[in-house]
Design a binder for this molecule. Structure first.
Ligand SMILES: [Fe+2]
Length: 343
């Protein structure tokens, strides 16, 4: 393990970690030492941390790309630049930006027949795909929108940063400000845009990450087993089996997983509920919310909103923030307030 940490430090040094002028530094790594990585290895597992760090090196170098599928052109064109130019040309940029900041509060029942009666009524606030460094207005608008929203438990389903290779520090600072406006406890999983270095500073600020881990949430004397896996999309360091093993056979489980593409595995392992994000619901859609682009292999019904697969009840948030460009069309950003119910 020490070997991979040393290699990682060397790769970071070669890219100028800590140099203010470098746009490619794996940022928060500058503030972590070998002991921090060993602590993360104990939680995530040594092999999975190795896989994550090596993939992070690729991302920091800009060698890995979002696997967006848009008419097969994503490898040839910068989709964000293309979208921005097209929207300006059409004269609808201001409209799209207003939509980006128009956060909708989606209040909905989350029903499951196996839900213990005592857990009925538990309210879970879900934020997803914050990408808080995309636009300076978003953090303020989000904090204001959250005031007066009442819930028992908060969850964040990954993607704190806008791009996969920029400095993490601005999004970490914005997330810390957000944590001051949230009712705790708040649990989170990492997304494909997140380096693992954000975990120690954000945990010190009160956010608890689930790195293939499980915690118990008690409500009216009953227990909800809340599990969370690492990112299955870029890093593929998710370990659903380890999470399921830590939950009693008859325990009622809710899984946080950044991308819904693991729906089949999660159902197979017998999870009861899965909350995800990642897709942004397409973000720039045709009227009716038909997504022009998709970023993971989950079937279209699992790309946005409620869905079910066998015994697994799922919900995919279309995202609280936006990715790439601060624009949305026919796909408003959301703050989701789930209320658990039996049925
Ligand atoms: Fe994502």
């Amino acid at each position: 393990m020490v070997g991979v940490i040393e290699e990682y430090f060397k790769a970071n040094e070669a890219r100028g970690v800590g140099a203010e002028t470098s746009g490619r530094r794996p940022d928060a790594a500058a503030g972590l030492d070998a002991a921090d990585y060993k602590a993360l290895a104990r939680r995530l597992g040594r092999t999975r941390l190795r896989q994550r760090l090596n993939t992070q090196i690729d991302h920091a170098a800009g060698d890995a790309h979002q696997d967006a599928i848009l008419l097969g052109l994503s490898r040839l064109l910068d989709i964000d630049v293309l979208a921005d130019r097209a929207v300006r040309l059409l004269g609808i940029h201001r409209w799209g930006y207003r939509n980006f900041l128009d956060l909708h509060l989606v209040e909905r029942p989350l029903r499951h027949p196996r839900l213990p009666k005592a857990l009925s009524g538990l309210r879970i606030l879900q934020l997803s795909d914050l990408h808080l460094d995309l636009d300076p207005a978003l953090g303020h608008v989000l904090r204001r929108r959250l005031s007066g929203v009442d819930y028992d438990l908060g969850v964040i389903t990954g993607d704190f940063r806008n791009t996969t290779d920029a400095d993490h520090d601005p999004s970490v600072a914005e997330t810390m400000a957000l944590l001051g406006a949230l009712r705790h406890p708040v649990y989170a999983v990492l997304g494909n845009h997140d380096f693992i270095e954000i975990v120690p500073p954000l945990e010190r600020a009160g956010l608890r990450f689930l790195l293939n881990e499980v915690v118990t949430v008690r409500h009216n004397g009953a227990v909800l087993y809340l599990g969370g896996v690492d990112d299955p999309n870029f890093y593929r360091t998710h370990d659903l089996a380890a999470v399921r093993e830590a939950i009693p056979d008859d325990g009622f489980s809710l899984l946080l997983c950044h991308s819904p593409e693991t729906y089949r595995e999660a159902a197979g392992y017998g999870f009861d509920i899965m909350l995800s994000g990642h897709t942004h619901g397409g973000q720039i859609c045709l009227p009716g919310g038909y997504a022009l682009a998709r970023v993971c292999d989950a079937p279209r019904p699992m790309q946005a909103g409620p869905w079910q697969y066998r015994g697994l009840v799922g919900y995919t948030s279309v995202g609280t923030g936006s990715c790439g460009v601060p624009l949305r069309f026919f796909c408003p950003p959301e703050i989701t307030l789930h209320r658990l119910e039996q049925g």
